[in-house]
Design a protein around this ligand. Structure first.
Ligand code: APR
Ligand code: ZN
Length: 241
């Protein structure tokens, strides 16, 4: 277990690896100003997800749930990707096979220039309804809260609690991770499954596994390298220019 402040971090050479995966959680966006979900100041400390982030709540009071998600869109728009996001997109640009598998719905990786992003839990910037499926909606507020064609409430294309992940998305991520040889987890408490099971998939398939997190997690022992600290402090040391 390393502590950022005491040990010189040995840079990683991406070119030594064939298939890189960055696996990110809410801690990756914390330095951009977006709160994490758990712990002090976490979103679920302030808002009960049963009232704001599940299908039952949406059916009971769609406006209430959409108001909450508009708040999160406004928040994300008022924030910028940080150096850590830029470093990941730089590594992606300079290597033939880099994938970002994220639990985040804020779109920060894409705003930092990352292209190959798999969003396990959906996106704040997409909505859907049964008649026309999923489509983008990029404004601070929703263009419309009801579908102009079928009249039904438009549901944010986000994986809420009790939702199953999209099968295509999770199997694509699992396939890529099981073939990766460098797996870097950044800013996740690793308590929400099936996402939290993906590091073990990487490990079981022989990837070199690295964890960057502000605090130890339940699965820290799984990793060959653990860097305790902020993503924005550690990534520049791991991937110096
Ligand atoms: N750099 C690195 N790690 C950080 C930083 C930082 N600057 N700030 C916080 N962290 C760490 C925290 O120590 C914590 O372990 O990031 C982790 C964030 O954990 P959670 O808030 O639980 O977020 P996450 O793991 O992404 O949540 C998973 O839960 O609520 C659902 O669907 C939602 O995708 C989300 C899923
Ligand atoms: Zn419709």
């Amino acid at each position: 277990m390393y502590d950022d402040s005491t040990v010189d971090i040995i840079p990683l050479d991406p070119n030594k690896y064939k298939k890189l995966v960055f696996f990110t959680g809410a801690g990756m966006s914390k330095e951009s100003g977006i709160p994490t979900y758990r712990g002090k100041g976490g979103t679920w400390e302030e808002y009960n997800y049963k009232d704001y982030a599940c299908q039952v709540a949406f059916e009971k009071n769609p406006n209430h749930v959409l108001d909450f998600h508009e708040l999160r869109r406004k928040e994300a728009k008022s924030c910028q990707p940080h150096l850590g996001h830029s470093i990941i997109s730089r590594v992606e640009k300079n290597h033939p096979d880099v994938t970002i598998v994220t639990q985040n719905i804020d779109g920060m990786h894409q705003r930092a220039g990352s292209k190959n992003v798999i969003e396990l839990h959906g996106s704040l910037w997409r909505i859907r309804c049964d008649c026309s499926g999923v489509r983008e909606d990029m404004g601070e507020t929703y263009e419309s809260r009801k579908c102009l064609k079928c009249g039904s409430w438009l549901r944010p294309d986000i994986i809420w609690f009790e939702d199953l992940l999209d099968n295509n998305v999770i199997s694509k991520a699992t396939n890529i991770i099981s073939n990766s040889d460098l797996f870097i987890s950044i800013g996740t408490s690793a308590v929400v499954y099936p996402a939290a099971g993906l590091p073990m998939t990487a490990k079981m398939n022989g990837a070199h596994c690295v964890e960057i997190n502000l605090e130890p997690t339940n699965i820290s022992s799984l990793y060959q390298d653990n860097f305790l600290g902020k993503a924005g402090d550690i990534l520049p040391k791991l991937f110096p220019v």
